[in-house]
Design a protein around this ligand. Structure first.
Ligand code: HEC
Length: 338
């Protein structure tokens, strides 16, 4: 594009000069040798401009457009496959049965190492559980009471407003139990990792039976090609049949991974269903208003747009040429579109 516009301007400049030199040579009635030389100059100028344009584009690409990799692909981790997640489509909501299954996987598998600090029991109500189910679940755990009159803090069963308890008291305890590696909180994990759902699904299902030949795996780490650096402190946790789904779905590794990933996506983005519903309403209202405003604009401007402007100059009798006397000079011309 740049090269073409450069060429065009060079060509126009050349044409202008051509015309000028042609008239000059005609009036001086000299030979046409200068014409040939100016043509050569035009070609040279066009070629020069094109070379310059291509060169500067190439230089710009080389300097600024090429991706710069700070890490090797192994250090960055294998890029996760893009899976066609149903809930990521514009017109789809979460599959709430999958959320319920995913929460079961979280509770039975991941919760022994990973916290889910941002999710209170009340958030589960209506999304994957009834009020009563969530209350029963909350009451399974004990929480501190407010200090009583003697300043003592006692224990009480959990309520819907309590948050899901963490497996460890603090990060230090979590590290101590996991060989020095901290299992991250999973509440926002799908947003916190490049690749989101795809990455976590690939990570959970991507443990090979054996590390490939030549791969160096540190003591205490497990090989996973999707994890940056390929050595991850979390071992493979999902195996076929690990949980028993109450809705009878076969609990294969990939089914559990898919369900837990969808659940983790919900925990990071619980507003998604409402957001999409609201989005469609906004689009419907905004597009009707846009059409209406286009119509109003055309309506309001129609008198101006269909107006015809006529220039009718006064006749200057004194300056009138005697030869044209008798004829009427009446210039009627449309100005600005008819
Ligand atoms: C035995 C404890 C344990 C269990 C069970 C476990 N994890 Fe982990 N997980 C870890 C540890 C430790 C790390 C930190 C790994 C590291 O930094 O090398 C981790 C890291 C992760 C990460 C972050 C990877 C990254 O890119 O930083 C995700 C996501 C994850 N686990 C998901 C899960 C899910 C989902 C489950 C349940 C299906 C689960 N984990 C079960 C111990 C566990």
């Amino acid at each position: 594009m740049l090269a073409r516009s450069c060429l065009r301007s060079a060509r126009t400049a050349g044409v202008a000069r051509n015309v000028a030199s042609r008239t000059a040579s005609r009036s001086a009635s000299t030979s046409t040798s200068s014409e040939a030389s100016s043509q050569w100059k035009n070609t040279a100028m066009g070629a020069g401009a094109a070379t310059f344009a291509i060169g500067s584009t190439a230089w710009y690409y080389y300097q600024f457009v090429r991706p710069a990799h700070a890490m090797t692909p192994a250090e960055e981790g294998l890029h996760a496959t893009a899976y066609p997640w149903e809930h990521e489509k514009l017109t789809k909501t979460y599959d709430h049965q999958a959320l319920r299954r995913g929460f079961q996987v979280y509770r039975e598998v991941c919760a022994s190492c990973h916290s889910l600090q941002r999710i209170p029991y009340r958030a589960l109500v209506g999304n994957m559980m009834t009020v009563d189910e969530a209350k029963v679940l909350a009451e399974e755990n004990e929480y501190d009471t407010e200090p009583n009159d003697e300043g003592e803090i006692e224990k009480r069963p959990g309520k819907l407003s309590d948050y899901i308890p963490s497996p460890y008291k603090n990060d230090e305890a979590a590290r101590a139990a996991n060989n020095g590696a901290l299992p991250p909180d999973l509440s926002l994990i799908t947003k916190a990792r490049h690749g989101g759902c795809n990455y976590i699904f690939s990570l959970l299902t991507g443990y090979p039976e054996e590390p490939p030949a030549g791969a160096v795996v540190q003591e205490g780490l497990n090989f996973n090609p999707y994890f940056p650096g390929t050595g991850i402190a979390m071992a493979r946790v999902l195996y076929d049949g690990l949980v028993e789904y109450e809705d009878g779905t076969p609990a294969t590794t990939s089914q559990m991974a898919k369900d837990v990933v969808e659940f983790l996506n919900w925990s990071a983005e619980p507003e998604m269903d409402d957001r999409k519903k609201m989005g469609w309403k906004v689009m419907a209202v905004a597009s009707s208003l846009l059409l209406l405003s286009i119509w109003v604009k055309r309506y309001k401007w129609s008198t101006i747009k269909t107006r015809k402007v006529i220039y009718d100059p006064p006749v200057n009798k004194a300056a009138r040429n005697p030869s044209t006397r008798g004829t009427t000079v009446n210039m009627k011309g449309g100005m600005g579109g008819n």
